[in-house]
Each structure stands twice: as C-alpha cells, then as structure tokens.
Design a protein around this ligand. Structure first.
Ligand code: GDP
Length: 435
C-alpha cells in the first residue's frame, strides 16, 4: 500500500485533513479501535485506490524553539516514508518563513509534493492562495478542512500521483514475521542472530519496493520472511527519535505480518509502551509470542522464568494465549527454541476447525452452562461455524444477537480454546441472527 504523508507547520490544520482522509466520509478500509488514542496513521481509499496516510503533526515536539526542529523532523520522516507528500499551508496566516523552510527540505527530496492551502473557507479567498505559487510546487490546491471543500480535488491529485507499487507478495506457506519492541530491546541483534544461525538459508531476493525492506530465509524446510528489517538496520536516523514514530513504524510492520514477536527486555522488565504495541498486534488479529531477550544478563534461579512469565500474564491480560520464549540474541542462548514456536503459532493462526467438531464443543458448553435469560428471553444457539482463518473467526448463529452477552461470548471462547488450543493466536467470535 502506498503511503501519503501530510506535512506542514503546526496549526495549519493537518489533523483535520488527516481525519477527513481516513474518516467515515471516505470508505474506511480498516478501523482499529486501539489506534484512535493518538492516531497518526490510517488507511484510506479514493476512486478505488487504497493508500495509507501519515499525519506527521502527531509527532510534534513541544516547547518554544522546538517548532522548527519538529518541522524538520516531520519533513524528513515524510521524505523517508512517503510516496506522495501533501504539503499544507494556511491561507489565513499567509506564506510564512517556516513554510519556506519546509519547502526547501521537501524540494530536495525529489518526491512528488502536492501543495494544499487550507482554510480557504469561501471562494472570495481564492486569490489568497496565489502567493503560494512562489514555493515552487506548481498549482496550490485550495481546501477547507472545516467545510470539506476542495478535499475531493486534492484526493484526485493524490491518487494520480501515487506510484504503482508492487506489494511484496509471498506464497501462502511463507510465514511473515514482524519483530517489534522499543528501541534497544535487541530487534536488530535478534534479526542478525536468526539469520546467522546454522542451516538458515538467507535468500538474496530482496523486497521489491523502496529500499528492500524484507529479508526472506529458510530453516528446516520452512520459509519465513522478516518484515521491515531494513528499518532496523538503518540505525540512528530519524527512526526512533520519537516514541510515536517508532510505534507507527511497528504498526505498519504488524499489518503485513502473520506472526508478531513482541520483544521484551529481560533486564529491564515490562513497560507501558510494550503494552501499547502488543495491543495493536492483538487488535490486528495477528499471531503473537513474547520474546524475553537479554536473558544472558538476568540473574536466575529455578523460579525466575516462571516469575517473569507470570508478570507478562498480569500485564498482558488480553494476550494470555501468547507463548513466551526466553533467549539471548547476543549469546544465542536458547535461540534454537524460537523458530519452532513461530511455526507453531503460525499454524494455529491458520487452523480451520470442522463445523461438526466446533458444534460438538459449543453444544457441550451450552449443556454445562446454559445461556442466561434476559428479561424473560433466553438466548438460543443454533449452530456455529468457522468462517475465516488468520485469525480463526467463528460465527455463532442465534435467535437474537442482542441476548448474547460479552461474558457468555467469553465463556464460549474459553471452551473453544480449551478444546482446540489455538495457541498464540487471537480468535474472533461474531454473533448473527439465524435467518
Ligand atoms: P534494537 O534497537 O531493538 O534493534 O536493539 P539492538 O539490537 O540494537 O540492541 C541494543 C543493545 O542491546 C546493543 O548494545 C546490543 O548489543 C544489546 N543486546 C541485544 N541483545 C542482547 C542480549 O541478548 N543480551 C545482551 N546482554 N545484550 C543484548
């Protein structure tokens, strides 16, 4: 999916436009609840073309003289990440020094830049945008974030400028693995450790888009691809300078993955940011496992592993299904345990349960613990069937979906898990009226 970035100095209205682009006036391709908290990345569609949008305004740095610095970082991120850049200015404020600064940076990038002038709230103001011609990005497009005018024209131009990306496509049996975790947890070290392992065959077919972002390899007859490894190797750049940015980068990798390795620093323990990223893997319906790295430097006795595992369970209540692997990327201690677990959870993620087996489990569950009544009405379950994999998704047909309570759905999920395991993968249950 090609990427569009919105760049401009603070208060030109980037977030309003961003929300319009990914908002419900357009077809939302996906809407993931967890991301709304501080959403700077979303998916949009226009004229049948799908793309992602980054609001670089989400990474503004606070503080008096930080404005220029923020703008510069944003512009660099946009250049690094985006296929098309929407450069926003403000018709009410007119052309400013900072706009010219941004223009300078964008100009050198060679990326397609569309110049959008926001706050053109009525046609009389149209002449206000002429001065922006001097920025050298061709015709300015007048828009109004608050009224919504001009957005369609802007989108037409965005879509025209999008490159034809050949998304990396991998065969069905290739397991796509994303490594996520905060800076210095050991992602690049783990990538190198895996690829340097004995009997790992690293293929030299690099990814096809931009700067060869994925690394395919084979081990014990199973093919894998490590997603976005280039981003990890390219050290010390704008990447990871801000927390939100590394979260966004992780989200993009998660979207493309089958299995997400959530790296945790064994030396330092679990922090809030770990939860945020893991939550996204859960919401995106990906298989996951925890990798506790730097296990070599942890002082251990025979209970340390169990204690650490309990801590993970306490912190990630929504991901109790995810196995935990302890290892050291540095010494390669226990490294050989990793890929078999990755393969196992990938299999669970695409497991398909036959309808009759599923229904045996559901009827047993109902027999042991019948659905509660609600205002004298009782939920009746007709049957259940699995409608999708990755993640396994079940539909339960009932007399009246309103009567299905969250706790009963949880109960069914637990019974289904107890029967079929589904280790390492979320499962989804939808309730539908039997027609
Ligand atoms: P990234 O930012 O997540 O890619 O982390 P790096 O792979 O760059 O690792 C950050 C630092 O932690 C480096 O100094 C590594 O040598 C060190 N490191 C990585 N894995 C381990 C490990 O298993 N044990 C120890 N002791 N250090 C590690």
């Amino acid at each position: 999916r090609p990427v569009v970035a919105i760049v401009g100095r603070p208060n030109v209205g980037k977030s309003t436009i961003f929300n319009r682009l990914i908002g419900d006036r357009l077809a939302i391709v996906e809407d993931k609840p967890g991301v709304t908290r501080d959403r700077i990345y979303g998916n949009a569609e226009w004229n049948g073309k799908q793309f992602s949008v980054i609001d670089t305004g989400g990474i503004e740095i606070d503080g008096e003289d930080m404005i220029l610095k923020s703008i510069r970082i944003q512009a660099e991120l946009a250049i690094e990440e985006a296929d098309v850049i929407v450069f926003m200015c403000d018709a009410k404020a007119g052309l400013t020094q900072s706009d010219e600064e941004v223009a300078q940076i964008l100009f050198r990038s060679g990326k397609p830049v569309l110049l959008a002038i926001n706050k053109v709230d009525n046609m009389k103001r149209a002449e206000d945008i002429y001065e922006f011609y001097s920025l050298g990005f061709g015709d300015p497009i007048g828009i109004s974030g608050s009224h919504g005018t001009g957005i369609g024209d802007l989108l037409d131009e965005v879509v025209d400028a999008l490159p034809e990306l050949t998304e990396e496509e991998y065969d069905e049996d290739v397991i796509k693995v994303a490594l996520i975790g905060r800076p210095n947890v050991g992602k690049s070290s783990l990538v190198n450790a895996i690829l340097g392992e004995e009997r790992v065959i690293v293929s030299d077919i690099a990814g096809t888009t931009r700067d060869a972002i994925d690394t395919p390899f084979e081990k014990d007859g199973q093919r894998y691809v490590l997603i976005d490894t280039a981003g990890m190797r390219k050290r010390g750049k704008v990447y990871e300078t801000t927390e939100k940015y590394s979260v966004m980068r992780a989200m993009r990798a998660i979207e493309r993955a089958d299995v997400v390795l959530v790296l945790i620093n064994g030396e330092e323990g679990i922090i809030e940011q770990d939860k945020h990223i893991a939550g996204y893997a859960y919401e995106a319906g990906k298989a996951s496992l925890f990798v506790v790295n730097k296990w070599d430097v942890v002082e251990k006795d025979d209970k340390t592993m169990q204690h650490f595992q309990n801590k993970i369970r306490d912190h990630f209540l929504f991901m109790t299904y995810a196995p935990v692997v302890f290892l050291s990327a540095l010494t390669k201690q226990r490294l050989q345990k990793l890929l078999p677990v990755v393969k196992h959870v990938a299999e669970q993620h695409s497991l398909r349960i036959q309808t009759h087996l599923l229904n045996d489990v559901v009827s047993d569950a109902v027999a042991i613990n019948p659905p509660p009544t609600d205002k004298g009405k009782r939920l009746r379950i007709n049957y259940a069937t699995q409608v999708a994999v990755k993640p396994p998704t079940m539909v339960v047909f009932v007399n009246d979906p309103e009567l299905m309570h969250f706790s009963y759905e949880r109960y069914l999920e637990n019974k289904i898990r107890a029967a079929f395991n589904f280790e390492g993968t979320p499962i989804r249950i939808f309730t539908r009226r039997k027609s």
